[in-house]
Ligand binder design. Sequence first.
Ligand SMILES: [Zn+2]
Length: 257
Amino acid sequence: MQGSFVDEHSARLDLARTAREIWQRGLGAAGDGNLSVRVSAGRIIATPGSCHKGRLEGRDMVAVDLDGRSRGRGRPSSELQLHLAAYRQRPEIRAVIHAHPPMALALNLAGGRVSEVVVSEVIFAFGQVATAPYTTPTTSDVPETLAPYLACYDAILMERHGSITLGTTLEQAFIRLDALEHSARIASFARLMGGASQIPSPEVERLYAVAGVDSQLPYRQDASSCPPLEPGDSAQQAPLEDRLIEAVLARLRGGGR
Ligand SMILES: [Zn+2]
């Protein structure tokens, strides 16, 4: 279902405020990342390229169409292609945030699976985060590789680069970024303290049902058509531990045969 569009003046002010918050919260260095809001079917307002995210004002934002052509003053970021790929594939999406959240990136670099659900809140915030393989930033490789992920997930971590979160509002995209970084921080600290266990599959499934995300996200409807949650996974497959639990439960349900 598609909601109404936010007016352009409000979108510009919201972008400036959210960009400042992202920088102040350390979700990227001053020049990192970019944010955008779709204000009509074919008009996107976005943060400009090469700017300090803590010092932007509404009038600094740039306007582009869905093909990335400038529709006013200013120069859009080369990374805006990533946003446009999301808008083209997901008509319901009204805001995109690309950031460089340090704990999520560090957890991935250290070999952690960012997709593992260690706290229940992530289910309610974005359902599931997928990790996409590394691509060279600012090149066309990024939107090409990310396209199938954008079709399936609302939160994606790009290896050695950053995150992308989508929302039907800018606030929702920000909350998803914040939840991604927060859960990665908890998982990272838990690993330092001896290990982070994830929530068992049956409870994760129950959380999905309670959160009501099954009807909203493509990967919940048909996971086989979506990229795997982690680059090393050959298919959309739960981790070994979960598959073993499922196998044992299935055997018990069958009367122990
Ligand atoms: Zn980036």
